[in-house]
Design a protein around this ligand. Structure first.
Ligand code: FPP
Ligand code: MG
Length: 289
């Protein structure tokens, strides 16, 4: 089931719903029956949607999931207010669980998301951004919501603190694998499958791992990351990125994080059926969506 969700093709516009899937799969079967897991799944998906609506304002993005973004269709004020609404709604829904620790974990997580996004702005157009700085940013902007989704599933499904810390480790590594794969898709995917134009990171100056590796090996790419390529030259620069081997190296790193995620699951064999979560880790790195 997990793999099928990840392979679902466009033009579905609801997204992969990967984070609520994690909430569900990280709750032991016996703990999935109450409303808690359902409410937590809805809350994390709403936070994810809020961040995308706000991210599209910051990126001035025209397309998301193959459709005009709220920003492109309705402007900045409506998009900001829409993201705010989704963000607030997530918390009212999670509060219905009555689980203060769960609400607190999601609140901490959203602080981290905002810090990660701020770091991305700081690191923009800086081809010398280190791998450590990139990973710290991705851990905050992506890994943390995956870790939180996993922990909320476990918590509301009745698992104890030790299991929750392994679930967070799984989610964090999975989030890094996901983000690196996402950054590869921006350089080497297709708009038909991702629903987003190719080369957006290059145009925006977002310093992703494939662009950083390529910039360290090819001065033309480094200049394009720093100054922004001419719109007509984006595909040419992306071809140079691939020629450096940066795409292949990024895939290797994404797979290493997927393996790290699955190693964290080794500690959870007595608590959960880990097989579907292992399939998710493989699915996030081998996806076209
Ligand atoms: C998408 O990643 C964006 C994020 C993972 C995080 C965005 C976070 C914020 C806007 C700040 C926090 C906001 C709230 C509501 C707490 P990406 O830009 O790498 O992917 P993309 O190519 O799909 O845009
Ligand atoms: Mg973006």
């Amino acid at each position: 089931m997990a793999r099928r969700v990840l392979q679902r093709s466009r033009p579905s516009t609801g997204g992969k719903r990967l984070r609520p899937l994690l909430v569900y799969l990280c709750a032991p079967e016996a703990g999935r029956t109450g409303d808690g897991v359902l409410l937590a799944g809805a809350a994390v998906e709403l936070i994810h949607s809020a961040t995308l609506v706000h991210d599209d304002v910051l990126d001035r993005a025209q397309l998301r999931r193959g459709r005009p973004t709220v920003w492109a269709r309705d402007g900045e004020l409506v998009a900001t207010a829409t993201g705010d609404y989704l963000f607030a709604r997530a918390f009212t829904i999670l509060a219905e669980t009555g689980d203060m620790a769960a609400v607190s974990e999601l609140a901490e997580c959203t602080l981290g998301l905002a810090r990660g996004e701020a770091m991305q702005v700081e690191q923009a157009r800086q081809p010398g951004t280190t791998l450590e700085a990139y990973l710290e940013r991705c851990g905050l902007k992506t890994g943390l919501l995956f870790a939180t989704a996993a922990a909320l599933g476990g918590r509301l499904g009745g698992l104890g603190e030790e299991a929750l810390s392994h679930l967070r480790a799984y989610g964090h590594a999975l989030g890094l694998a996901f983000q690196i794969a996402d950054d590869v898709l921006d350089c080497a995917g297709s708009i038909e499958s991702t629903g987003k134009p190719l080369g957006t990171d290059l145009l925006d100056g977002t310093t992703t791992y494939p662009l950083l590796v390529a910039a360290s090996l090819d001065p033309v790419v480094a200049r394009a990351v720093e100054l922004g390529p001419e719109r007509d030259h984006v595909l040419e620069v992306l071809a140079r990125v691939a020629d450096t081997g940066a795409i292949a190296r990024s895939r290797v790193l994404a797979h290493a994080y997927a393996r790290q995620a699955n190693e964290a699951l080794d500690e959870l064999e007595d608590d959960l059926d880990t097989q579907p979560l292992r399939a998710v880790a493989l699915g996030v790195v081998d996806r076209e969506v």
